[in-house]
Each structure stands twice: as structure tokens, then as C-alpha cells.
Design a binder for this molecule. Structure first.
Ligand code: NAP
Length: 277
């Protein structure tokens, strides 16, 4: 790796991506902070200015095949390479499967899973020829534990985990490190942006269990981590010589993911999630 790393981060208009862009820029990296809509760059610009640092802010919609390919080509041409990709862009949608359309599932898959695929397609040819690179994806505890009313989101994060666990050993042959960072609740706008229309309704067959789950979720978010905490871990993962495949961001997440990996029959996880509703 070069001394001043070139770090491309997706989804930098808010939350974890914004905090990571500022963190890496403060650390001296050349940050390419991307987002799907530059009209939403105000908070990032403010955060960078407050920290007295700068970044190359660009459009990148990871759900767009051609746009992601050409965006990465332009970055590679302008910066002469990319050392680290942080695949952070993500969306959620609340709802149990019956309430969600196939298009809802498709939309989450396009961004949360195929977004990472498109980034890998863009950088891997360059990383193979160097060789070397680092791909860090923001996954979730929802990539390990299926949760009620999070069917589409958990589908997408489980898929992301499977994708990168499969890709990692092959990538390693070319000096490319792949890591998944798994946060639990993180404060910010993500949960509000994920609310589906069915959440506004106080009736229907799922209203009661949804209400009980909502209370559990609200109390989990009372102890949410900050975006800066997650950005710090992303920084640590990018800095370590031999990064691991998975990083849980808190002791609570570590406990939950640990429960999953030990629960061969699935009955303990089901016992826990059933109590939430
Ligand atoms: N917040 C949590 O509790 C939590 C917990 C575990 C994991 N995560 C994961 O953390 C990551 C960041 O989420 P966050 O909490 O920081 O939420 P956030 O503030 O909503 O940030 C999500 C970012 O992704 C962007 N985005 C969405 N679709 C995109 C697309 N097609 N192309 C490019 N950018 C796109 C959003 O852009 P717009 O502003 O244009 O919407 C926004 O910048 C996500 O992958 C999420 O799944 C979050």
C-alpha cells in the first residue's frame, strides 16, 4: 500500500459513510467520498470543513451498473488507483414478507448486495494486476441473525456475508483483503428511512406483533453506537496488516453473532426472536 492511501467510500451523504469520510480524511488519506445525489452533500461538506480537511466528492449510485463502472473508471484514471474500498451504501425496509413486494426485495438486493458486486467488478482487475487492495463492507448483525419485520434487509445482509465469505479466499490469492464490519444499532436516520407504509397503519394482522417488536427495537436503539465509533473501527480494519473476515462493532453484537454460530438447529435464535414479538 502507498503511504497516503486512496480510499473510496460509498454512501457518504449521512451516517457511517459521512463519519468515515471525515475520519479517513483527518487521518491523511485521499478520500473519494461518493453518494448517489450530490444535492445531499451539504452535511459532508460541513463535516469536512469543521475538521479542516477535504475530500473528492463524487456521484456514485451503486445500484446503477453503468454509472458505477464509469464512476470507478474515472476515479482510477484521476487518482491513479484505489487502495481501499469501503462499501457502505445501504438501504432498509421494514415489513414481514407478505407485506413487501417483490420489487421491495429487489431494491434492497440491488443496493446492499449487487452494489458490492459492482464495486468489486470495478476494482478487482486493477487490484489483481498491482497486486493488492482492501475491500471493507459495512454489513450488520442482520447479516447473522434474522429478525422479525426485517425480512428483506436480513436477506440482503445474509447475501452480502455469503458473497464476501466466498470471494475472500480467492481475493486473498491476489493480496486483496476482504472484511465485513457488523454493527448493531447505530444512531442516525437509517431506521426512519427504512419505515415502510405498513408501519403507519395501526390495524391489520401484523399490527400487534409489529408493535411489540417496535418497542424492543426502540429500546435497542436507546443504546445505539455512534457513527464515529463505527468509523473508528473501519479505520482500524483498514490499518491492520492482516485484517480478519468479520468484525462485530460491540460486545452485544459479538454475543448475538456468537449465539448464531453456535446454534446449529436455529432453535435458540428462534427462541430469542420469538420473544421479541
Ligand atoms: N444505522 C444502523 O443502525 C445500521 C446498523 C447496521 C448496519 N448498518 C449499515 O450501515 C450502512 C450505512 O448506514 P447508515 O446507518 O449510515 O444509514 P444512512 O445514514 O441512511 O446512510 C446510508 C447511505 O447509503 C446511501 N445510499 C443508499 N442507496 C444508495 C445507492 N443506491 N447508491 C449509493 N448510495 C446509496 C444513502 O444515500 P441517500 O442519502 O441518498 O439516501 C446514505 O448516504 C448501511 O449499509 C447499513 O445497512 C446500519
Amino acid at each position: 500500500m502507498t503511504e497516503t492511501r486512496t480510499v473510496l467510500i460509498t454512501g457518504c451523504s449521512s451516517g457511517i459513510g459521512l463519519a468515515a469520510a471525515v475520519k479517513f480524511a483527518r487521518g491523511g488519506d485521499m478520500v473519494i467520498a461518493t453518494m448517489r445525489d450530490l444535492d445531499r452533500a451539504g452535511s459532508l461538506r460541513q463535516g469536512l470543513a469543521d475538521a479542516g480537511v477535504s475530500a473528492d466528492i463524487r456521484v456514485l449510485d451503486v445500484s446503477d451498473d453503468a454509472g458505477t463502472a464509469s464512476g470507478l473508471e474515472a476515479v482510477l484514471a484521476d487518482h491513479g488507483g484505489i487502495d481501499v474500498v469501503i462499501s457502505n451504501a445501504g438501504i432498509g425496509i421494514d415489513g414481514t414478507t407478505e407485506e413487501l413486494s417483490v420489487d421491495d426485495f429487489r431494491a434492497l438486493f440491488e443496493t446492499n448486495v449487487l452494489g458490492a458486486v459492482r464495486l468489486i467488478h470495478g476494482v478487482m482487475p486493477v487490484w489483481r494486476s498491482r497486486p493488492g487492495g482492501r475491500f471493507i463492507a459495512v454489513s450488520s448483525v442482520s447479516g447473522a441473525i434474522g429478525q422479525p419485520f426485517n425480512d428483506a434487509y436480513c436477506m440482503s445482509k445474509f447475501a452480502l456475508e455469503g458473497l464476501l465469505e466466498s470471494f475472500a479466499p480467492v481475493a486473498a490469492q491476489f493480496g486483496v483483503h476482504v472484511s465485513l464490519v457488523e454493527p448493531g444499532p447505530v444512531s442516525g436516520v437509517f431506521v426512519d428511512k427504512s419505515r415502510g407504509p405498513q408501519q403507519q397503519s395501526s390495524d391489520g394482522p401484523y399490527a400487534e406483533p409489529r408493535g411489540r417488536f417496535q418497542a424492543v427495537q426502540d429500546s435497542a436503539f436507546d443504546a445505539a453506537q455512534t457513527n464515529d465509533e463505527i468509523a473508528q473501527l473501519l479505520w482500524d480494519v483498514a490499518a491492520v496488516d492482516e485484517p480478519m473476515l468479520r468484525y462485530q462493532t460491540s460486545e452485544l453484537v459479538e454475543k448475538m453473532v456468537g449465539l448464531k454460530f453456535k446454534d446449529m438447529s436455529g432453535q435458540r435464535v428462534l427462541g430469542m426472536t420469538s420473544r421479541w414479538i
